[in-house]
Design a protein around this ligand. Structure first.
Ligand code: TYD
Length: 209
């Protein structure tokens, strides 16, 4: 089963992915977690270029193509082989991040994004996508509370994040079959139980087929 997690920075994705990984391991399932951009040696090198604050003049399309290149390597080197071995593959961001950030946020042409997303994912769609949704106000509140050093993408303006949040809403509505939208202001435990409920439901449906 291929499960992706989406949401703006500070939405709480990483906490939920770790909890889900532990939950599946307790159930004796084979599970691997990967993150985007990254997850392979080549993809991690691309990640360094993408997040490097020195690369301020990077063009939107360059950025998008680098994310895509990193993704193609990850899909072929890790995700597809593990899915073949019946693993649960948990992915921290996938092609919907490119649509939301570079498309809706960065104004790269959406048609081009859809075409290249298909190529960069080797036509592999997630079985389920959890969108952990927070507002830009909640994002700001959390950002003030943590004060960590920001990478290049996190330095973008609040208006950019607003567009990304809206973009995620549109993407979720266009992909209702695989999308579960969760209110990111719920407690960590509440969000975790929504996630496990959906995975169990999905598995029941799959067994019936
Ligand atoms: P990361 O530190 O992994 O952030 P997070 O923990 O929130 O996932 O940095 C990834 C950044 O890259 C994040 O700001 C989102 C952005 N991103 C894109 O803009 N497009 C993409 O296709 C992907 C995968 C990530």
């Amino acid at each position: 089963m291929f499960i992706t997690f989406e949401g703006i920075d500070l939405s709480g994705k990483s906490t939920q992915i770790k909890l889900l990984e532990d939950y599946l391991k307790r159930k004796k399932k084979k599970v691997i977690t990967v993150r985007e951009p990254g997850g392979t040696m080549i993809s991690e090198k691309i990640r360094d270029i993408l997040l490097d604050k020195k690369n301020l003049h990077m063009e939107n399309v360059t950025e998008f193509l680098l994310f895509s290149a990193s993704r193609y390597q990850l899909v072929n080197e890790i995700i597809l082989p593990r899915l073949k071995k019946n693993y649960y593959v948990l992915c921290d961001r996938y092609f919907d991040s490119s649509t939301a950030y570079q498309g809706f946020g960065g104004k790269v042409d959406l048609k081009n994004i859809y075409t290249i997303n298909k190529i960069a994912s080797a036509n592999l769609d997630p079985d389920l996508t959890f969108l952990i949704n927070i507002s830009e106000k909640e994002f700001l509140r959390r950002k003030k509370a943590i004060k960590k050093a920001e990478d290049r993408i996190e330095q973008k303006k609040l208006s950019y994040y607003k567009k990304v949040i809206k973009g995620y809403m549109t993407i979720s509505q266009n992909n209702k079959g695989r999308y579960v939208v969760i209110d990111g202001t719920k407690t960590v435990e509440e969000i975790h139980s929504v996630i496990t409920d959906h995975i169990n439901k999905f598995n029941k449906k799959f067994k019936k087929k």
